[in-house]
Write a protein that binds this ligand. Structure first.
Ligand code: ARG
Length: 464
């Protein structure tokens, strides 16, 4: 193709764009995925142009006919994408003109690729958000389905990765439910700012045609229009905000992955992950590696990276549109893809977790997990908390030297540390007693966790 073929802007130029530059500046390789949104936005724009008397009814009919064919061609894989036509917008417009003639050339009236691309990206992202929102809920459902079976499965809760206090496995899993609930709130909040129409801003200053932006907004399901034309074509804060949301969700999943990896290690042996999420080693026949959680942890890095990419892309740009913004697409698409695949696979993987309650219980019994319960017991008998803390610390040391648990010590042995200890102490030293005593909203008592799960179910039902 020669320079003359690119009629959209080549008239002003005395020599053709260098081949290397063409390849450097073209975005069609990756922005062609915006095609369905580009067509949707063009059809709404054309309908508005016709309503406002800027193009004829015949033009609109021609544009619709041409776009329908283009949609089919793209769907069938017959559409020929040309690098010489730079991006998705010019490729589609050129094909439209080939198919329907002058009506195709009139489509771009009152519009620029600057407001066009901003509109396409927003439509794309809104669609992605709606899918992701559902996927977050599917993962939350999977977590609930697992948790409900384990409100009485006791494991050590950790701080500093040292045994701290006993908790139920259900309680532990429901912590992730809460994180995801906030993530769902974040993405929905972000959607409000994504869902505004840039079209009508044209290149940067608006257009002299008598357009109706509100009509286009309504046709495309936007909540309203972007209120400043310069801002409309130039800012990508909505994409940055989305990626920040995505980085947080990935971060939550990365933390959970780290736990699944630890728990699957035979030293913990708390869970098993279904074989379909693991791989073996080509050299060590005994291995079963938790590849999926490891990759989730790894892919969190690339999403975090995408956030930094987009922030950096924006920070030095003067108003209004700059070609820099073409670079917003790959990190954004990659973020959506990574998160979509991760959420999808994660919901399935959580459903494939086998819990090993005996190993969890053994671990909880090993780390003096009920020491705080003993201190609380003494406080309830009148000892100030700091003194109780000290008495129990000495008791733990004593038990440690004998290589046994606090509950294995005889009453007279325990009484060396406080005369307030009586034989009712053994009920607080058990794991079950410890759990049952934390009976308030947010606590690990089975009754509370069951209530939390019931509420979580109600929340999810309300979302559908
Ligand atoms: N491919 C461009 C982008 O993604 C479309 C807008 C180009 N506008 C322009 N005036 N060169 O940002």
């Amino acid at each position: 193709m020669t320079m003359q073929d690119n009629k959209t802007w080549s008239g002003r130029f005395a020599e053709p764009v260098a081949e290397l530059v063409k390849r450097y500046t073209a975005s069609v390789e990756f922005d062609k995925r915006l095609a369905p949104f580009d067509i949707q936005a063009s059809l709404a724009h054309a309908q508005m142009l016709e309503t406002c008397g800027i193009i004829t009814t015949q033009d609109l009919a021609d544009i619709r006919r041409g776009m329908a064919q283009i949609e089919q061609e793209i769907l069938n894989g017959q559409f020929v994408w040309l690098l010489d036509l730079e991006d998705v917008h010019l490729n589609i417009e050129k094909r439209l003109t080939t198919l329907v003639g002058d009506a195709g050339k009139r489509l771009h009236t009152g519009r620029s690729r600057n407001d066009q691309v901003a509109t396409d990206v927003r439509l794309y992202l809104r669609h992605a958000i709606d899918e992701l929102y559902e996927l977050i809920h599917s993962l939350q459902s999977a977590i609930i389905d697992l948790a409900i079976q384990h409100t009485n499965t006791i494991m050590p809760g950790y701080t500093h990765l040292q045994v701290a206090q006993p908790v139920s496995f259900a309680h532990h899993m429901m912590a992730y439910f809460e994180m995801l609930k906030r993530d769902a709130e974040r993405i929905i909040d972000c959607r409000k700012r994504v869902n505004r129409l840039p079209l009508g801003a044209a290149a940067l200053a608006g257009t002299s045609y008598p357009i109706k932006r509100e009509m286009v907004a309504e046709l495309l399901g936007f909540d309203g229009v972007c209120e400043n034309s310069l801002d409309a074509v130039s800012d990508r804060d909505f994409a940055i905000e989305f990626t920040a949301y995505a980085a947080l969700t990935m971060t939550h999943l990365s933390r959970m992955s780290e736990e699944l990896i630890l728990w699957m290690n035979p030293r913990f042996g708390f869970i098993d992950i279904a074989d379909r999420f693991c791989t073996g080693s080509s050299i060590m026949p005994q291995k079963k590696n938790p590849d999926v959680p490891e990759l989730v942890r790894g892919k969190t890095g690339r999403v975090n990276g995408n956030l930094v990419t987009l922030l950096t892309l924006m920070k030095g740009q003067p108003l209004a549109y700059n070609k820099d913004n073409q670079e917003d697409k790959e990190p954004l698409f990659d973020t959506v893809d990574t998160l979509t695949h991760t959420l999808r696979i994660y919901a399935d993987m959580v459903g494939g977790i086998t819990v090993k309650p005996a190993a969890m219980r053994d671990a909880a019994l090993q780390g003096y997990a009920t020491a705080t319960d003993l201190a609380d017991y003494l406080v309830k008998k009148g000892l100030p908390f700091r003194d109780a803390h000290e008495a129990v610390a000495l008791a733990v040391r004593f038990a440690e030297q004998r290589n046994c648990d606090l509950s294995d010590l005889k009453l007279d042995e325990l009484q060396q540390f406080s005369s307030l200890i009586a034989d009712d102490v053994y009920s607080v030293l058990t794991l079950e007693g410890s759990l049952a005593s934390r009976n308030h909203i947010g606590g690990t008592a089975p009754q509370q966790v069951e209530a939390a799960i019931a509420q979580a179910r109600k929340y999810l039902e309300g979302q559908n």
